[in-house]
Design a protein around this ligand. Structure first.
Ligand SMILES: [Zn+2]
Length: 84
């Protein structure tokens, strides 16, 4: 997955960015050149690769959640909660 160097939000290719028409499984490299960070609007060049199961990522995602930004994987979890 990739982290935005500006706002620390996460782009996870496994989830894509379905809100902005990016299918799950789209790697950062394959994003359209006009794709920008959904949170801060910076270009994808500012995203850098990070390991998936990084404790720092989990910590960051908690912080992001506290800020009221729902990550794609959180949405998925909520969907499962609602639909069983
Ligand atoms: Zn950003």
């Amino acid at each position: 997955m990739y982290k935005c160097d500006v706002c620390n939000c996460i782009y996870d290719p496994r989830n894509g960015d379905t809100e902005h028409g990016i299918k799950a499984g789209t790697d950062l490299e394959d994003l359209p050149s006009n794709w920008v960070c959904p949170v801060c609007g910076i270009e994808k060049d500012y995203f850098y690769f990070m390991e998936n199961e990084n404790p720092e990522y989990l910590e960051k995602s908690r912080i992001v959640s506290m800020l009221g930004i729902i990550l794609p994987q959180e949405l998925k979890k909520q969907w499962h909660n609602i639909h069983g």
